[in-house]
Design a protein around this ligand. Sequence first.
Ligand SMILES: CC(C)(COP(=O)(O)OP(=O)(O)OC[C@H]1O[C@@H](n2cnc3c(N)ncnc32)[C@H](O)[C@@H]1OP(=O)(O)O)[C@@H](O)C(=O)NCCC(=O)NCCS
Length: 151
Amino acid sequence: MGPGAVEVLMIRKFRPADLQRVYDIEAKSFKDPYHPIFLINLYELYGDTFLVAEVDGRVVGYVIARKVNSKGHIIAIAVDPEYRCRGIGRALMLAVEEELKKKGVIELWLEVRVSNRRAMRFYRRVGYVEKGILKGYYGDGEDAVLFKKYL
Ligand SMILES: CC(C)(COP(=O)(O)OP(=O)(O)OC[C@H]1O[C@@H](n2cnc3c(N)ncnc32)[C@H](O)[C@@H]1OP(=O)(O)O)[C@@H](O)C(=O)NCCC(=O)NCCS
């Protein structure tokens, strides 16, 4: 990008037309990506809290959350590798927290693979605190670290 160019970041709700881009980012980010059909199921169930980040009209990240009783659960978050470390993940988190707050949520939780050091650093930077280990949480037997945040 040339000098003086300004990128415009927008956070908005997921639309079905975003599916291919979201799946591409998912596949670049995880060894066990969610199937596109599963992503559409999540949209149908939790459309208010399935958000995407757009830079100059291109989808570069997404977050999916849901409300369970009075608590918020972060199901997934990922940013295109080429767009990481510019605050987009943080902006997605803040936006989805606002949507959950509107629904009365004050407590959030999420799980992360014990091997995913980068994601754990990110979650700590955006205010999450480790609460314990979930043994064998993932399909391949890997443990998860449980994180919580109070809004
Ligand atoms: C985790 C992820 C979503 C972060 O997105 P991002 O847009 O790069 O994050 P941001 O630029 O908004 O960073 C927010 C904060 O986290 C910190 N952070 C992000 N990535 C980091 C890293 N690899 N190492 C250390 N700190 C990191 C940043 O320094 C920043 O802190 P600051 O604002 O206090 O300086 C992104 O790395 C990603 O998509 N990872 C692959 C998918 C994944 O693992 N998702 C979580 C699975 S549970």
